[in-house]
Write a protein that binds this ligand. Sequence first.
Ligand SMILES: *Cc1c(COP(=O)(O)O)cnc(C)c1O
Length: 327
Amino acid sequence: MWLNANELESAIHYGRHEQNYNRYPDFLPHDVASAYQRYCQVTTPVMAVRGADEAIDLLIRTFCQPGKDKIVVCSPTYAMYEFCADALAIETLHVPLMEDNFALDTHGVIAAAKDANVVFLCSPNNPTGNPLATDAIIEVLEGTRHDALVVVDEAYIEFELDQSVASLIATYPNLVVIRTLSKAFGLAAVRCGFILADASVMEYVAKLIPPYPMPDSSATIVLEALSEAGLNQVRHMTQQLIETRQWFIGELQTLDFIHKIYPSSTNFVLLRAHPNDDLFAYLLQHGIVTRNQSHDPALRDCVRITIGCRTSMQEVVDVLRRYPSQS
Ligand SMILES: *Cc1c(COP(=O)(O)O)cnc(C)c1O
């Protein structure tokens, strides 16, 4: 008889749902974490969290003291690192990626890390689409091992799996990898992400994660996604998406008002249009919502387009072909 947690003993079934939700789920969802660990083929500790965004927040809160500590980010990159740091009164130091190919400025990062607690690297990087070279990440890990934790955000790694640095955690205990099921796995609404880290790091993160982080309904779906059948579906979809992406890039290359199409290892493409053209507004007028990156000086006239299914991308190409270019 479980009369210890003030739960309702007999479940109420709302609507047509048959499952019982009256009991608290696992204190920490260990079955989900071990399923993900099997998928990664690592022995490194894994923790399941509510999306990679919670992982970012958790890591900053665990390792930085408000009003005192700093993080390092390599811009242009995912905005959430700085956003979380701001909310927690942690200063963000920017070390820009190289202008031409968005590669890491390893010396810059190592120098900035002397003054910081956590370095965020995003690989493949959002919104530029390129993976960071493993050699460069190793150089940063070597150069920061006494100064800072290096968090590599692998939200898009399924689109270029051999670029993962997860296996390096065994060698570099200052490396933390974060993952998500929101992109290639197609489970953005389920809110599930993972932290992969050395036991010495995880010990501290575990102190700050709230209990019962994952609803039962989410855990059930995640376990199905990480089953053999689920993983086969993900691999198939990923392969298809990569083919569509390469086809789409090929079509873009025939359009002269597009100055540059950056190589992509993700499910999006970053492109730079002619300086006089407002591609984002034009696409929006035609009902196609993309991400305008022009607010970032390094990405002036850049638009980030998510790769959808083949018919959607065909429609984007058709609309682009009718673009009244001023070039
Ligand atoms: C989308 C994205 C995330 C957020 O993932 P969630 O698991 O949905 O919170 C984190 N990092 C990067 C780089 C992303 O693009």
